[in-house]
Each structure stands twice: as C-alpha cells, then as structure tokens.
Write a protein that binds this ligand. Structure first.
Ligand SMILES: [Zn+2]
Length: 119
C-alpha cells in the first residue's frame, strides 16, 4: 500500500514546517489528494494514525480533501468530471485530445500547530 509512503512524506514535511515555526505540537494537517493518484482516503488515514505517535503530530487530525478528476476537450471545449477509467474520450463530441484539468493533486494545504508561546 503506497499510502504509507505518502503519509510519511506528509508527516516529514509537516514536522519540518512545524519545527521551523517553533511548534510544540501539530494539531491538524490539511491535504488535497486527486482521485487519479489512486490514494485511498481510508488507507491514508490509517497510515497517518500509525506513524504519528512519538512525533509532534501525535494525536493530530489529517483532514483530507479528495478532488475528482476532470478534463477539458481540446476540440469542443467541453469540461466534465470523470473517474480514472473514463477520461480518455470526450463524451460530448467523441474527441480524443483531452487535457486533464485536475485529479493528480497531492499537496499539503496548511498545518495547524500549537506554538511554544501558548504554553
Ligand atoms: Zn469534445
């Protein structure tokens, strides 16, 4: 399951940012994941809970926003939302020149932390 590697990447980036900001604790991490990454939201949650204990992110919430795939047809300009199997051909004109607009995102949007000064 590649979610474990992704969770580790999110955690290490979050820890770096939190330590740079002088945080004593990470409370929430907000991420956006495109459905074409084939990441399972449940598996990513599970991985997150498995790797956070013992770090600044122990007990933190991983807030995942899943983004559906959508594409735009180069021929007729039609835009539509689709799953990973149906994005190859325009459903409006049958064209095959398709530009993927979203669905491959994998990014950290923001991190909520407790700072030392609050303690
Ligand atoms: Zn089209």
């Amino acid at each position: 399951m590649h979610e474990m590697g992704i969770a580790e990447g999110i955690l290490s980036s979050s820890l770096e940012a939190a330590e740079g900001a002088g945080a004593v604790r990470i409370t929430s991490v907000f991420v956006t994941i495109g459905e074409l990454t084939e990441v399972s939201e449940d598996a990513l949650q599970f991985a997150w809970e498995a790797i956070c204990p013992g770090t600044l992110a122990e007990g933190s919430v991983l807030d995942i926003t899943m983004v559906p795939a959508s594409s735009r047809c180069a021929d007729c300009g039609h835009e539509w939302v689709h799953d990973r199997y149906s994005g190859a051909q325009c459903p409006s004109c049958g064209g095959w020149v398709i530009m993927l607009r979203q669905g491959r995102e994998m990014r950290i949007d923001s991190i909520d932390i407790d700072e030392e000064s609050d303690a």
